[in-house]
Design a protein around this ligand. Structure first.
Ligand code: SAM
Length: 227
């Protein structure tokens, strides 16, 4: 196999997708554009789908879970209004793609802590992040993300890539004052992406960002596990 041609092809496809997401209005800022140009999505997907890595759709990553569609990663990254140096919490690592994009933006002065409940996915994400050079900015934690990660709280930003029936209270409490939480919330077949700004100790402002479809967030403050 001609690896040089293959990586050139992937880079071209990545550039075309990022340009499309920009013209469609999903990518709005230079920092999100540069991060999505830099992170190789194929490295966060099973080999059999590498050639489809730059189609704007989710793909299976095993255990009934998916890598998010690029436009969704772009929407969340833009709505988070990320800055270099921020301390971030992600719920739902999957194979680690979204965390790498966010890690690319917050850089070494910041950090992304990401929680995954399925052991094999957490292990694969660590491997992928190591291989692509993001293991120094992204830490994968195995566990129930609905309780957050108090050890490294408070966070400038928290976001979830799995949907909850209601906002998990621990996540709100682990936000900095002025910090923002973005989370899909609703029923198991349709949700709204919700943005919650922590204004003061006990005051939050909620904004609805539109309809989305995500896999369920299963845990103590999320959906119950099915038998
Ligand atoms: N962020 C991923 C990416 O970059 O493509 C997408 C992840 S996938 C859409 C959602 C993930 O959330 C799944 O891997 C699932 O196992 C995980 N998940 C669901 N409930 C969770 C919980 N309570 N804590 C941590 N992870 C959870």
């Amino acid at each position: 196999m001609d690896f040089e041609n293959l990586s050139g092809f992937m880079k071209d496809e990545r550039e075309k997708l990022v340009e499309r997401l920009f013209s469609q209005g999903y990518i709005r800022t230079q920092k999100v554009k540069e991060a999505m140009l830099k992170v190789p999505r194929e490295e966060f997907m099973p080999l059999e789908n590498h050639s489809h890595a730059y189609l704007d759709r989710p793909f299976p990553i095993g255990k009934g879970q998916t890598i998010s569609a690029p436009h969704m990663v772009a929407i969340i990254a833009e709505k988070l209004e990320l800055e270099e140096g921020m301390n971030i919490l992600e719920i739902g690592t999957g194979w680690g793609y979204n965390a790498a994009v966010v890690g690319e933006i917050v850089g070494k002065k910041g950090h992304v802590f990401t929680i995954e409940r399925i052991t094999s996915l957490a292990e694969k994400a660590r491997e992928n992040l190591e291989k692509t050079g993001y293991s120094n900015v992204v830490t994968v934690i195995e566990g129930d993300g609905t309780t957050g990660y108090p050890d490294k709280a408070p966070y400038h930003r928290i976001y979830a890539t799995a949907s909850a029936p209601k906002i998990p209270e621990p996540l709100k409490k682990q936000l900095k004052i002025g910090g923002k939480l973005i989370i899909p919330m609703g029923s198991d077949y349709f949700q709204e992406l919700v943005s919650i700004l922590r204004i003061s100790d006990d005051k939050y402002q909620t904004q609805n960002l539109g309809g989305v479809i995500f896999v369920p967030m299963i845990g103590q403050h999320g959906w119950p596990e099915e038998d």
